[in-house]
Design a protein around this ligand. Structure first.
Ligand code: CS2
Ligand code: MG
Length: 405
């Protein structure tokens, strides 16, 4: 069996997705997600110019060999563009293998560790009351875990909050130049404790509460935040500070018992090796699309299991349903799985282009029994929605200094 062709699609059904389709000489094909938000066309060029020509004629069943060929063979290892390109190919090859074996991916990984995958929903609001009401409505729909993000009084826009936009697509899908947003740690600290204090009071002790700091704090500020929020029993505090220097999280750890989650931007096991083996985190948030595919996620999950670290894959709207499907298979298999982020099924166009039968009920996702990943891509339905350049925002402190967005 040989790889006959590989097609790379960039479409924008509300926001941009890069989709890889590996086609074999028998007609069986596989799909992968290679989307890097705000840098989509770099991955398209990397794949079309540097990866596709090397793979035509190869055996699509040699997944590990192709992964190593693209990783070690390029000399230039790691980085978001390289690893998303490898991920797109890797997912498609696992999809093909599943179709050939007539087995869903989770079965090939080792079978089920659980029947349903626990999801956390998002609640974001303009005020504390508004955020808590939205969390309550997610709980009413059956979610047992909710991430709370609230606008910071005194700042025009806040990460994770919609403002005047109707959904995440309108918020993120059409920004031909990067908008600039302000950040103030002092203003954030004036709001954040009250949010969780009120949420616990009003939502009760059972619901799992989560929060994403989106890397805005220094390590010592992160430690302070952890201590401040400890009484409200968070399930995890995400991206509390940057961990380019992996010791940063060790410093936070020395001061607080709040569970820590990090890793959505990591492209390889090397970005989280020390975090995991030093047990300076509780949840690793790598995504199949950004960390090198299913092959790489499996390795990270097994490594993390040695150190009591659980997986909590990234589930933002800039990961396509192909990545979501891969995560649901991985999460169904991974024994040390923690929780999956979930922002809903996507808009009508997304659902039409990427079809699958993953069932979401009472805050759990149930894996597809279809062979491979169990998701399809409708090229014709994608055609009316071509790629549109769109950026993530850039953050500045109130004095104009560029800060972490
Ligand atoms: C976020 C993301 O979902 C999350 O936890 O941190 O929304 C992130 O901002 C985007 O994926 C950026 O591309
Ligand atoms: Mg995040």
């Amino acid at each position: 069996m040989k790889i006959r062709d590989i097609k790379v699609f960039a479409c924008c059904p509300g926001r941009n997705f890069v989709t890889v389709k590996v086609i074999t000489d028998t007609g069986v094909y596989g799909l992968g997600d290679a989307t890097v938000n705000g840098r989509e066309m770099a991955v398209v060029a990397y794949l079309e110019e540097h990866v596709v020509p090397c793979l035509i004629g190869r055996d699509p069943q040699a997944i590990e060999d192709i992964w190593q060929y693209l990783y070690k063979g390029a000399y230039w290892r790691r980085g978001p563009i390289t690893m998303a390109a490898i991920a797109g190919i890797d997912m498609a090859l696992w999809d093909i293998k599943g179709k050939l074996a007539d087995m869903p991916l989770y079965q090939m990984l080792g079978g089920k560790s659980r029947t349903g995958v626990t999801l956390y929903a998002h609640a974001n609001g303009e005020t504390i009351g508004d955020t808590i009401n939205k969390a309550q409505s997610q709980i009413n729909q059956g979610f047992k875990a909710v991430r709370l993000q609230c606008a910071v009084p005194g700042l025009e826009v806040t990460y994770g909050v919609l403002g005047d936009k109707k959904d995440y697509y309108e918020l993120q899908g059409n920004r031909p130049l990067p908008p600039e947003e302000q950040w103030s740690t002092a203003k954030y600290f004036n709001m954040i404790e009250e949010l969780f204090c009120e949420a616990r009071k009003q939502l009760g002790p059972e619901v799992k509460l989560l929060h994403d700091v989106h890397s805005r704090l220094t390590p010592i500020e992160s430690a302070r935040l952890g201590k401040l929020l400890e009484p409200y029993n968070l399930f995890f505090l995400e991206d509390v500070c940057i961990a380019e220097n992996q010791d940063n999280l060790q410093l936070v750890r020395q001061h607080t018992t709040i569970p820590l989650a990090i890793g959505e931007t990591y492209n390889s096991i090397w970005d989280c090796k020390e975090l995991i083996q030093n047990q300076s985190i509780d949840f690793i948030r790598t995504a199949a699309t950004h960390a090198g595919g299913i092959t790489a996620m499996r390795r990270i999950a097994d490594f993390a299991s040695l150190f009591n670290v659980q997986t909590a894959p990234h589930g933002a709207p800039d990961l396509s349903p192909i990545c979501f499907a891969a995560h649901i298979h991985l999460n169904t298999w991974t024994h040390n799985f923690g929780i999956q982020e979930y922002v809903g099924p996507g808009n009508e166009q997304v659902q039409k282009i990427f079809s699958h039968d993953i069932e979401v009920k009472d805050g759990l996702a149930f894996v597809s029994e279809a062979p491979g990943l169990g998701v399809d891509f409708d090229e014709l339905a994608a055609e009316p929605y071509p790629y549109k350049r769109s950026y993530l925002p850039v953050s500045r402190l109130e004095d104009g200094t560029v800060w972490n967005w």
